[in-house]
Every structure is written in C-alpha cells, then in structure tokens.
Design a binder for this molecule. Sequence first.
Ligand SMILES: Cc1ncc(COP(=O)(O)O)c(C=O)c1O
Length: 392
Amino acid sequence: MRDRTGRESLYVPSCRFGLYLALRHWCRPGGRVLMSPVNDDVIFFVVLAAGLRPVQAPLNARHGSIDPAAVPDALWQKLSAVLTTNLYGNPDPAPALRARCDALGIPLIEDAAHAIGSRVPGGRAVGDYGDASVFSLSKHTGAKTGGFLTVADPARRAALEEARDDLLLPSRAGSELAYALRPYAEAGVRGLRLARAARAVPRLLGMAEREAIRMPLRAAELERAVAGAPALGPFHSWVRVDMHTYRITPGAARLRRTVRLLDRLDQRLAAHLDGTRRLLDSPWGSPGTGSVQPLFRVPLLVADRDAAIAALARRRITTGYLYDPPLDDYASELFTDPSPDPAPARWFARHALPADPLKAEQVLAVLRAEGIHPAEGVAAGLVGPHRDGTGD
Ligand SMILES: Cc1ncc(COP(=O)(O)O)c(C=O)c1O
C-alpha cells in the first residue's frame, strides 16, 4: 500500500477501526465532524464512539458526494474535522474540502473504503488528500477483512501504530477458522446449486445480521454509550455489525489470503471499470464526477428502487450497500446535527440502486426485462429534487 499510495501505511483489521483510530488521533472529544448522511450507519457509530458529534453534509443528488458549496459559512466555523465517504467510489471534491480544512486548521479524513482505484477529476487519487485516509480490503479486493490507514505526515505513523496495538484484541481461533472455511462453505453449496443455502452460509457463520437497511438505533442504550465516549467498548454492538472481527489481530491464514487478493487488485479494478462503463451507458446510469472510475458499486437511478431490488432478488441478485434513509432522518437531532439542505440526500438515497459492476450484464438484463423506469430526469441529465422540498 505504501508503493500504491506513495504514503506511509498502517495495516488495520477493518476500515471502521482505522477511521476510529484517525478520529481519536486528530480530534479532541466534543468536536463536530462533517460527514455524508448517505453512508453506512456503522461509520456514524464510529464517529460517536470517538466522542464526536456528527454533522450531516449537504449532498449532490446526482452521485451522492458532499457538496461543499452548500455548507453555510457559519457551519464551517463549528467543525473540528471533515470526513469524506467517496460513496461507491465516486470521489468527493477533495481539493475544495482540503482547501477549506487548511483555511480552518482542521484535519481532513478520507474514507476510501469504496474508492481504492478512484481519482479526483483533474486531480490526484482518492486517499491522497487526507491527513489520514482509510481503505477497506473487504470491498474491491473482496477479502472480507482488513484495511489500511495512510498518513500525509510520516512522523505520525509511530503514534498511530502504538494506538492501534493498544486497541487490538487478540486473535481468536474460532474466528480464524470461520474466516478460513467461509469460501469453501460458500463454494460448496453454490457448486450444488443450493442458492438458498449459499445465502444462509454467512448467517450460519455469524456474519450477517441486518434485518433492514439500517440497524435498529436503540436510542436509550445509545445515549448511555455516548455518555461513555470516547471508547469503542460501549459501542461494540453497533460498530461490529457485518464484521465482528473489526478489531481483532489478524491470524496468519487471514493475512495470507488478504495478500493473495491484494495481488489481484489491478485485474479486479479493470473489471470494475469495464462494468461501470456498461452500467453508466444504460438508461439508468447517471454521469459521475468526471472520467469513469472503477466504481465499487454503480448507483443506478431508478424510479422505484424497491421494485428494482425485488426484481433482482427474483433472479438471485442481492443488492447491498443501501444507505436509506439518510443518517439525519435515521438518528434524529438527539445524535446528529441535521444537514442544512437534506432534500438532495433524501432523493439520492431513495432512488440509488447500487449495482455490482461485475454483474453489469445480468443487472441490466433484469432491469430491461422487468420494465424498471429510470428516476425522473436521469435521461435528460436533470436529476435531483425540486428545491420546493418535495423531494421528487
Ligand atoms: C463508506 C464505508 N466506509 C467504511 C466502511 C467500513 O469498512 P470495513 O467493513 O472495512 O470496516 C463501509 C462498510 O461497508 C462503508 O460502506
């Protein structure tokens, strides 16, 4: 990762753990962090665990990236950090955010979980702008474990490594075994064409636990956890969702498999780029933030998102990485400052169908066969909510 990014890098067992480490290192508890409301709820809980108050950013309705021009001046003054998302691989406007952060003397932290191969239009790679940038190896590489934190200032690495080692929990034989067995278990049942059983494997191994898009918030318990922040312990039940090993020291088998998958990253990115092109060229594609990126998921914009998900599910294509409703609607002002302009985020969250570029042709065939309509305005390039707040 040092060679790939040109920056000092530190292995972390998950991106969420790396983001916690970065927020603790750069931000004094009690501060406010600008973040995207269309994001994994796990990251929202990471910000709370770091003892920080999330502030939801206004978004661009076309691709869900942060819209810095729509952040009021008074709001910038209240911030102690900015956390980007680079949703599905579409880069946030890092140069503008970097300039703002420099002017305010606050850190920029880049979540590059979805964006390992993305470049900022006319600029550098995602991850090249943040004081800290965190990558997830669960996403593009498909390792289902691990990540990297990279730093702009190499002198920071030693302190971060020490903080990481203090937070890591020892490796557990059971979780290593489950990790090592999972691909064989999945391949085995798939080989037998037992699709329902294949979908049950993650659950059997204790790895899938969401009933709905957003996990239950449990407000009363969360208030108690917030009182105990900054600390990961009180937030464990929220932060571990979808990855119970997020703070566990990796065993040798886990690292070997991760290295093998990381070696194939460039081939995988090329396949993602090819699929992204096909999906963006379709009637449901919305142009991204410049040249085509090897997106991790392509947010197709459809009129009826739930109908599209159901149609895909009938052909055994599962849709993941949905982030609806936006975090301010999910968590309320009890736990977050709301976005100054929530309508574009609501519109995007409702209409975005994250399509796996590796399944581009299958997804497009289903959408065509089932007569799924693009969201209104996509074909004309006029996507987004009306400014009257109706959101459609
Ligand atoms: C935008 C975003 N950031 C960070 C993460 C966390 O990554 P990891 O699972 O490696 O902790 C996720 C997980 O899906 C994500 O969607």
